[in-house]
Design a protein around this ligand. Sequence first.
Ligand SMILES: NC(=O)c1ccc[n+]([C@@H]2O[C@H](COP(=O)([O-])OP(=O)(O)OC[C@H]3O[C@@H](n4cnc5c(N)ncnc54)[C@H](OP(=O)(O)O)[C@@H]3O)[C@@H](O)[C@H]2O)c1
Length: 254
Amino acid sequence: MRDPARAPELPGATVVRSTYGDRELALASLEGVRTLLMVSAAESADRLEQHLTFVDAAAAAGVEHVVYTSFYGAAADATFTLARDHWATEQHLSASGMAVTFLRDNFYLDFLPALVGEDGVIRGPAGDGRVAAVTRDDVAASAVAVLLAPEQHASATYDLTGPDAPTFGEVATILGAHTGRPVRYHDETVEEAYASRRRWPAPQWQYDAWVSTYTAIARGEMAGVTDHVERLTGHAPTGLAAYLDSTSTDRQNP
Ligand SMILES: NC(=O)c1ccc[n+]([C@@H]2O[C@H](COP(=O)([O-])OP(=O)(O)OC[C@H]3O[C@@H](n4cnc5c(N)ncnc54)[C@H](OP(=O)(O)O)[C@@H]3O)[C@@H](O)[C@H]2O)c1
């Protein structure tokens, strides 16, 4: 943790201060660690540099196996700009000499309801592209399965997806049916997408990331459904309608 005061109290857990970009602190915090779950850092201009520093520190500290939360379709030329940084992190991990397992998460399904604007419209240049979004609970359960027996997953890459891959038009229909208010999808042009996001002050790399979220979907790069969550956890992943049902049940039974 960067701030140990924020750590939850968990039985058997020891909290140590660490941060990805500070080699000395990272080295000290990783002493005695054999298996490391590395969750990609908060998005920033120098996130890749921080990742590389932390990976080097892990190797120097004697970590044996790193499980890294990467991104679906990670590649040097991925349309989603941040997936390129995940690829570079994977490459660095593979060259480090440590055993590695990559969890390539698709977009988070839990986040889809937040894409609806106050006017009930989802806007973005995703066209008719499909997105095999996955819940964070399914990602977490998959990570736990790997961490319980890391040696069985050395050198493996898992593409973590939901059970299906709806278009944004279909996402809007499902959200509308569950919220009781009309939701529709507006397929922006790329220029419209940049213009509509510039109302939030942000650096250029952030706009590029936001817009390429949608263009990656438009190009089919987020579409393929896998059985990797089920293979790891023993249960089928949760889709959007079932996820929304479960959250409305939670609200009724607090
Ligand atoms: N697949 C998707 O659709 C999707 C969606 C959203 C996010 N993500 C990715 O998932 C990751 C986690 O997102 P999040 O929103 O949960 O992030 P977050 O809340 O900013 O950070 C999650 C945890 O990582 C720690 N952390 C963040 N940056 C760090 C750093 N530089 N050094 C050390 N610890 C650091 C945070 O520590 P502190 O408590 O000290 O802040 C926190 O405990 C990010 O890489 C993000 O890009 C993916």
